[in-house]
Write a protein that binds this ligand. Sequence first.
Ligand SMILES: [Zn+2]
Length: 215
Amino acid sequence: MKGSTHLVIGLVVGAAAACYYPPGPVQSAAYVAAAAMSALAPDLDGTNMLSAKLGGLSRAIHRGALGGGVIAAAAALYLYATGQAVPAVLGWIGIPLMLVLMSVSSGTIRNGLVSLVGIGLAVAGARSGETWLIGLGAYTAWAPWLKHRGMTHTVWALALWYWLGRELEAERDIPGIAVVAAAGYASHLVADTLTSLGVKWLYPLYRKSIKLPFF
Ligand SMILES: [Zn+2]
């Protein structure tokens, strides 16, 4: 299933969460970003078929994500270099945009870049003492070297993602963000289950693909 489809589903999950939970611009952005990012995260794994069939919409999203990600990163760098506080919202926008970018390309260079971003996140997490950020960094650094639709597409990975969400919820005090992140991640596995390739939900306990091929 295409990255743009997963992204749209994730955005819907995030928008629903933003309506459900108490309002606030930063919190609403956090729900949408967490759900969108979680819906894309499983496809940070190894070589996938997405790059080969980038349609018009995916290409537009790809370019938009690249531009937005570069602007957010440049703004964050500028603020950091001039000794000003970097607003959290820049991260909430920049990181998901970069993930979009990376979930629609493939190859060793892409894998290396994804790992580098992961290491950067883990280092940032270690410096700020945030477990969720260290975990997210480790996941991001590790995932690209895994087989496509392998370990990242299992209930074990979903459980790990929920745990990272719990840490984020406690450390950043955003009520419900763990459930929102898990819902976003689960939406990806469910959507892939609806394709002919299916998902090995219980791999390696049960090695067969589970599928309900509607698409
Ligand atoms: Zn997938």
